[in-house]
Design a binder for this molecule. Structure first.
Ligand code: NI
Length: 169
């Protein structure tokens, strides 16, 4: 298992629509294991394959570890949000968006269907933090970042700061 480098904005791979997983093979299992290690090492609550430069519909997440519990790694291939209700506003950050966090409005409860790492159908219903993480990670697979869901003003300020840092470096 390996900790992979995490791509950061403005890397164009973060803006790509990830492709469906069609083959469950050893290469995919290695990717999943590496993504999990990368997420725990960061540390983060979730990680999408785009973030390690693989434009495939794979997400890993674990919201229980953060709350002091044991690791409870979840893997979803080809995740699809099939139901969403309610509203929640939570402060979000992202391993691919350096030095920034902001409040984002999302569904308070979602149901996501997909496949587990063996290719068996899996349905996960989550609320609160889990709902936020699921929506955040599925967004990644569609090339969407949480900064796309905040006001244009706040996003503009952040992107200008990012640009300045890039030229200053
Ligand atoms: Ni993220």
């Amino acid at each position: 298992m390996a900790v992979l480098p995490i791509l950061k904005l403005p890397d164009p791979l973060l803006r790509q629509q990830a492709k469906e997983v069609t083959r469950i093979n050893g290469e995919l299992q290695t990717l999943i294991d590496d993504m999990a290690e990368t997420m725990y090492a960061a540390p983060g609550l979730g990680l999408a394959a785009n973030q390690v430069g693989v434009v495939r519909r794979v997400i890993v997440f674990d919201v229980s570890h953060r709350e002091g519990g044991p690791r409870d790694l979840k893997v979803l291939l080809n995740p699809c949000i099939t139901a969403g209700e309610g509203e929640i506003i939570r402060e979000e950050s992202c391993l691919s968006v350096a030095d920034f966090s902001a409040e984002v409005r999302r569904h308070a409860r979602v149901t996501v269907t997909g496949l587990d790492r063996e290719g068996k159908p899996l349905e996960i219903t989550g609320e609160g933090l889990l709902a936020v993480v699921l929506q955040h990670e599925v967004d990644h697979l569609n090339g969407v970042l949480f900064i796309d869901r905040i006001s244009r003003l706040k996003r503009g300020l952040y992107l200008r700061r990012l640009k300045k840092q890039a030229t200053a470096g």
